[in-house]
Structures are given as C-alpha cells and as structure tokens.
Design a protein around this ligand. Structure first.
Ligand SMILES: *Cc1c(COP(=O)(O)O)cnc(C)c1O
Length: 360
C-alpha cells in the first residue's frame, strides 16, 4: 500500500531526498563516514554549509546585504529572540494576529516588548485576514510581525504588508520555498525546517544586516544573537548539522524541479483541486474566506465530531496518514507542502468522495 503523509509537521520529505540520505547514511559522498560524524568546522562540512546557503540564496533571490543563518531552537525560539535582537532602544513591537502561531508569538514576545496587536482575526474564528487599511498605526514600533501561513487554521497572506519604514518580520515556517517573493521587503524572515525545508532541528533566519545596528538585549544568548551568528557563519556553537545537511538536499531537489516558481505552480494546482472538491461537496466544509485560504494546509470539517474521528481513523487505514485536525480546531486537515505529489491529493479526494458516499 502506498502511504501518503499529510502530517502538518514534522512533515514528509521529497522521496529523492530520503533516498539520497539513506544511500549516504554511512558513507557521505564516498568519504567512508557519515555527515553526522564530522566536525562542523571541517572543510567538508563547511563546503556543504556554503553551498546550501548559496542554493537558498539562489532559490529566493536573497540580496547580498541579507545574512542567512542556520540556527537551533525552532520557530518558537524566534518568538523570543526576534524582540531580543530587534527592539534596541524602541519599546514597542507590532503584531498581526491571524491564527494560532501569531497568537503564540504575541504571548511569548510580550515578555520582552510592549505589545501592540494592530489587527486581530480572532473574532472571525481565524477565517479571515483584516484589510490592511483597517490595521492600527504602528509607525513607532521596532518591527511588525506576522505569520505568512497559519498552519493550524489554514490562513495564508495573499499580500505582503506595506510596512513603510518599520521592518517587517515574518514567520514563514510552513510556506517558505512554496512561492517567490521580494526578500527586500523584509527585515527578518524565519522558518523552522520541519514543514517545508528539512527535519526538525534547524531554523533558517534571513536577516537584513542593517538591523545589526540595533543593540540586542544583554540577556540574549550569543547562540541566538543574529549579528554574532552572522559573523561566525552560524557556527558560533555547533549548528544542527544533520538537519542542515537534509536542508541542503531539499534545496537541490527544489532547484532540480524548476525552483520556487514551479513549487508555487504545483501548490496552486494541488490546493485548488482540493478546495474545489470540498466546496462542491456538502459533506465537507472549509470555513476560511476564499481569498486567504492556505495553499499548504487545508483544514476541513465533517458534519459531526464523530465523523471527524472516523474519517481520521479510516483514512489512516487506507494509507492516508496525518489527516486528523489540530487539537485546537478539530476537524480534519491535509497538509500538502512541496514534498506532497499531486497524486497524493488525487488519492485523498477519491477517498473523501467514497467516505462521503458511505456516511453522507
Ligand atoms: C510549526 C510552526 C511553528 C512552531 O515551530 P517550532 O519549531 O515547533 O517552534 C511556528 N510557526 C509556524 C507558522 C509553524 O507552522
């Protein structure tokens, strides 16, 4: 039975990446040892680090005045280290709340910053993104933070906020490398790796070096200090070498497939297919406003909670795993990141049709 893995994260990796990793597990590029068993400061690992950074830069067109860091700690560590790196002499930080992760970022960051939530989609049940023209003023803020794709509610920004002189900080943990965008519009972009980039353990932070002028908090660990890690090539301390290695393979894979524009094309294709089916079938419901529906995470509800549970159990038995909705929203959710082939979505839709016929 072919298994399709719709888990939200840690999520599936592209098959060729898994194959290459398996092949060189004991014998990295013919060297006779594993990439896991070698110093991060060795010439071999350094060349992997440099090449992967270059691949990442090529994929997104990252300008030279941005540093690309490969750090430990996951996205939620960034919730704390963003304010500690960026507040400087400013006290206030601005946040947009469009889902679970934005909300968690606000809670964590408010330990360090005076918080201004300039837009809050919670009253809508996180089914919409408030019009930018309705956001509160934040021109005195150290930065504006938002979450590009809300992994749990399935809400994705169809636009980049025009934050003017305030640096834009964006959590792209669940959609980085799924569409091209202008990096120049951002101060900081960060993403944990376990959704679209690699396995859990490495976090990519892409930061405009102009922000290094801001004095970081004295309490900020050096390991999470952007300027220090930039100067040290992300090797102030030992970076997560194996996740970094897998990220390097994923970048090569994305390149080989036609790059980020091709990923965007596939994401549009896969998600449109699934939403189209959900919308025309009364048995399933997606409550997110059409213009802000995520191309990565597609949550849907069945008529009852019992059916939600049966759906998760039966789909898993048919080889479609990870479809149970997140505990905070319930229902079902299909995560269809770059690594999910279109056949996976086709098989899912066939299963959904059959399930609806049997229980509808
Ligand atoms: C998964 C996820 C997180 C949490 O990442 P951790 O690495 O577990 O801290 C944060 N933000 C978004 C958008 C996510 O999808």
């Amino acid at each position: 039975m072919t298994v399709y893995n719709f888990t939200a994260g840690p999520a599936m990796l592209p098959k060729p990446v898994m194959e290459q990793a398996a092949e060189e597990f004991f014998n990295w590029g013919g060297r006779g040892y594993s990439v896991m068993e070698v110093s991060h400061r060795s010439a071999d690992f350094r060349s992997l680090a440099e090449e992967s950074e270059q691949d990442f830069r090529d994929l997104l067109g990252v300008p030279a005045h941005y540093k690309v860091l490969f750090l430990a700690g996951g996205a939620q560590t960034q919730f704390a280290t963003v304010p500690m790196n960026l507040l400087g002499d400013l006290k206030c930080a601005a946040y947009v709340k469009t889902g679970h992760w934005g909300e968690k970022a606000i809670i964590e960051s408010s330990r360090y910053a005076s918080m201004r939530v300039v837009a809050d989609a919670k009253p809508s049940g996180f089914t919409t993104i408030p019009e930018e023209s309705s956001w509160d003023d934040y021109q005195d803020a150290a930065y504006l933070h938002y979450v590009d794709n809300e992994t749990i509610q399935g809400v994705e920004f169809p636009f980049i906020p025009s934050s003017q002189d305030v640096p834009l900080v964006c959590d792209m943990s669940s959609n980085l490398l799924s569409r091209p965008f202008d990096v120049e519009k951002f101060g900081v972009i960060y993403a944990c790796a376990q959704k679209t980039l690699s396995i859990a353990g490495v976090t990519i932070v892409c930061v405009d070096e102009a922000l290094f002028d801001r004095k970081p908090f004295v309490q900020l660990p050096n390991t999470l200090n952007y300027a220090i890690q930039a100067e040290k090539g992300s090797m102030y301390n030992t970076p997560p070498t194996y996740p970094w290695y897998l990220a390097s393979l994923v970048f090569k894979w994305v390149k080989s497939q036609g790059g980020v524009p091709e990923m965007a094309h596939r994401a549009r294709q896969k998600s449109q297919k699934l939403y189209e089916y959900i919308d025309q079938e009364d048995f399933y419901e997606n409550r997110v406003e059409k213009s802000v529906r995520s191309r990565m995470n597609v949550p849907f509800f069945l008529p009852t909670k019992e059916l939600d549970l049966m759906f998760a159990a039966e789909s898993a038995k048919s080889g479609l795993i990870g479809l149970k909705g997140h505990r905070v929203v319930g229902g079902a959710r299909a995560s269809i990141y770059n690594a999910m082939p279109e056949e996976g979505v086709d098989v899912l839709i066939d299963f959904m049709k059959d399930f609806a016929k049997r229980y509808g």
